[in-house]
Write a protein that binds this ligand. Structure first.
Ligand code: CP
Length: 316
């Protein structure tokens, strides 16, 4: 694998998933293959799970890890070509990414959507600049448009719990007080389709995702109807794609509570985390037997390790 920015970078998704499953049985089994190699993790935005799980995955392979929180510890970066840099930004990404590439063998980048300019976000300016200038294999730690490490962990979690070959997987929108990117739901839809799950997406009108991500999925605007018979319920808020970045109000009834799951097939409930309790998902679900969110977060290590191992040339 040369890079991991989306599902398109994976030649055989099933093989990658099986590698993650194998790694989970003994995460330190190949602890020498990254020796002498350094992973640089570059964060333009906060992170708990991605930061910790990817570091752990690298260490399980014997790699060194350097973490840089650009907005706190680095120079403010300029991304525009031809910019006259006489304002806030002290360093251009052309130099910064190239220098990071000189220090590291693999680079991971987290760069969220700004949620102001859709064209700019969906052009993946920051991710593409790093890809162009770092000269190293690049891993997305969540970009403006996708979060593939999360999705691979999600597919692993579903594979471990699925009782049928083609489970009904419902991705439901849920309320949130702030504008959140579409990266996680975009990516989840992309990967669920890749693994041929029976994907249903439910959301209030006005919260449609970009068509390129939902093609082939069933869209149902009635959440109760969508949840009937669900084997998995993937809960996530996202801001509007059409009215770009809009949050929407008066939609509290979309919160996923135990009552909402009554007609599901004892659905397992997933969320990428962090989750706002009793806004997005009720305590009765998160603290109940149907929630697998902690296990899902645990699987982030094995997903990241499968990707690192594949980039190091030790995949299958
Ligand atoms: N799900 C996820 O990516 O979590 P963090 O934002 O904490 O890394």
């Amino acid at each position: 694998m040369k890079q991991f920015l989306s599902a398109a970078d994976v030649e055989q998704a099933e093989v990658l998933l099986n590698l993650a499953r194998e790694i989970k049985t003994d995460p330190r089994a190949r602890r020498w293959i990254g020796r002498g190699k350094t992973l640089g993790l570059i964060f333009m935005n906060p992170s708990l799970r991605t930061r910790m799980s990817t570091q752990l995955a690298a260490r399980n392979l014997g790699m060194e890890v350097i973490v840089l929180n650009v907005n706190e510890d680095g120079w403010k970066l300029e991304f525009e070509d031809g910019a006259v840099m006489n304002a806030g930004a002290a360093e251009h990404v052309r130099e910064a990414a190239a220098v990071m590439g000189a220090y590291c063998d693999i680079i991971g980048l987290r760069a969220f959507a700004g949620l102001k300019d859709r064209s700019q976000d969906y052009a993946e300016q920051m991710l593409n600049a790093f890809r162009q200038y770092c000269g190293r294999p690049l891993i997305s730690l969540e970009s403006a448009v996708r979060h593939p490490l999360q999705s691979l962990a999600d597919m692993l979690t579903i594979a471990e719990h699925a009782a049928v070959a083609r489970p009904k997987v419902v991705m439901t929108w849920a309320p949130h007080p702030r504008a959140l990117p579409q990266a996680v739901p975009n990516s989840f839809a992309e990967w669920a389709r890749l693994f041929k799950h029976d994907l249903v997406i439910t959301h209030p009108k006005g919260f449609e995702l970009a068509p390129e991500f939902t093609e082939g999925a069933r869209i149902e605007h009635n959440q109760d109807v969508a949840l009937e018979g669900a084997d998995f319920v993937y809960v996530k808020n996202w801001s509007s794609w059409s009215d770009y970045g809009a949050v929407g109000g008066g939609l509290d009834s979309w919160q996923v509570t135990a009552d909402k799951l009554r007609n599901s097939n004892k659905a397992k409930v997933m969320h990428c985390l962090p989750v706002r309790r009793n806004v997005v998902i009720g305590d009765d679900v998160l603290d109940g037997p149907q929630s697998i969110v902690i296990e899902q977060a645990g699987n982030r290590v094995f997903a990241a390790q499968a990707v690192l191992q594949s980039i190091l040339g030790e995949g299958r």
